[in-house]
Design a protein around this ligand. Structure first.
Ligand code: SF4
Ligand code: SF4
Length: 394
């Protein structure tokens, strides 16, 4: 069997739902993060593979029926992707080639002005899984900029193996079969309006030119996706984040970047050395690490059919807003929820009665996410009934 067929069937056997191959030469017309030689100087080819997310968990997530199953699904899929990549690397090396398994997330190219991730503003990946998947015929870029497949819409997670083996590449999906119909549901469900509905930009990879949304600066998504702001401008729905900033977010890039840096510097997650930004793989395989995800709505809304996307949009805008519970879970806020200022440059939505009841409990919360944990500690020990009733504390 040819090497192309062997690696593809191996990836499928290990759990990939889609797999394709592209070459360094085909990726040469793409943006800098499409260049595989940044990570492997002998790079000649890239094997791209995708695993689809569980649709039921994703629907329950966007409708706020349940939060955790989708988080756990993403973590399990991360493990599968690492394992597929590791096995492909092993196989290619045994055949005498160089090969590396590209980290799944949180690996960004250094930025001149940034000493660490908290000061980053551009977040260009070392190597883009999306560009590789586009070039390898797995999908095309939708209006959201996410990778859309014909089979699963945008509901996939991606992995890539870069190798020195010269492999026969697959062709990108032709324009006539493009899975994005520009329904713009992705713009409608972004709480921080990152995905602009009207202005567009273009990106070319492997001879394919995609017209996608002209997005706001990357720090805008960082703020929404990390969860520093979860509320949509309508005020009637949010993603799964209970945290709030002043509305609207700054339009100006410099101000937005400065806000993001300020928030990251104050975020307890960023103070530890063992966070997922330092080692994503380690976090994914750590049985005690909770895959904290609160957004990704631009992707999760994007099912293959327009009817499903419409239905998903409806689920999101009718899902209500999120609040933080004192046991660390996130719930749908009820009438007695209110915003309380925290020492972390953001406000948190909590249920009044619950915080007051819990106010004097000193027990250590066993929670899973540093920001939630520190906010709960603060609410239990420092916040006063006056704060909880809506008056801000300094
Ligand atoms: S939601 Fe609609 S416009 Fe947005 S990427 Fe998906 S198909 Fe394209
Ligand atoms: S992940 Fe969330 S905040 Fe980021 S662009 Fe998508 S919907 Fe917007």
């Amino acid at each position: 069997m040819r090497l192309e067929a062997t690696v593809k069937s191996q990836a499928i056997r290990l759990g990939a739902h889609l797999v394709g191959i592209t070459s360094k030469d085909l990726l040469a017309d793409g943006p800098p993060s499409a260049d595989p030689s940044y990570l492997l100087s002998s790079a000649k080819s890239v094997i791209s593979f995708a695993v689809s997310l569980n649709g039921e968990f994703a629907r329950d997530f966007i409708s706020k029926k349940s939060w955790r199953p989708h988080c756990e699904d993403r973590k399990a899929i991360g493990q599968t992707l690492y394992e597929i990549g590791d096995k492909l690397v092993q196989h290619l090396r045994a055949e005498g080639y160089d090969a590396i398994n590209v980290d799944l997330n949180n690996n960004y190219r250094p930025e001149d002005a940034a000493t660490d991730v908290t000061e980053m503003t551009e977040f260009h990946p070392e190597f883009s899984h999306r560009y590789a998947a586009l070039a390898a015929g797995i999908g095309r870029l939708g209006w959201s900029g996410n990778l859309l497949t014909r089979e699963y819409g945008a509901l996939v997670e991606l992995g890539s193996v870069i190798t020195s083996a010269v492999l026969i590449p697959d062709a990108p999906i032709p324009d006539a079969e493009h899975p994005c119909d520009k329904c713009k549901m992705c713009s409608l469900v972004c709480p921080v309006e990152m995905v602009q509905p009207r202005s567009s930009s273009q990106v070319t990879v492997a001879g394919v030119t995609e017209t996608i949304s002209q997005k706001r600066p990357n720090t805008c998504c960082w703020i929404g996706c990390t969860g520093y702001e979860g509320l949509a401008s309508s005020g009637t729905w949010s993603n799964w984040s209970p945290y709030r900033l002043d509305h609207p977010l700054p339009e100006n890039k410099q101000e937005l970047d400065a806000l993001c840096t300020r928030l990251q510097k104050a975020d307890p997650q960023m103070q530890g050395t063992d966070n997922s930004f330092n080692d994503y793989r380690q976090a994914i395989f750590d049985p005690d690490w909770f895959y904290y995800t609160v957004c990704g709505f631009c992707r999760t809304v994007c099912s293959p059919s327009r009817e499903e996307r419409r239905a998903n949009h409806k689920l999101i805008i009718k899902s209500g807003t999120a609040a933080l519970k004192m046991d660390g879970t996130h719930i749908v806020a009820t009438q007695d929820a209110s915003e309380v200022a925290t020492p972390f440059n953001l406000k948190v939505v909590v249920q009044e009665g619950e915080v007051l009841n819990e106010h004097n409990r000193k027990s250590q919360w066993p929670g899973q996410f540093p920001l939630d944990r520190e906010v709960i500690k603060y609410l239990r020990t420092r916040a006063t009934p006056k704060d909880i009733n809506g008056e801000t504390n300094e």
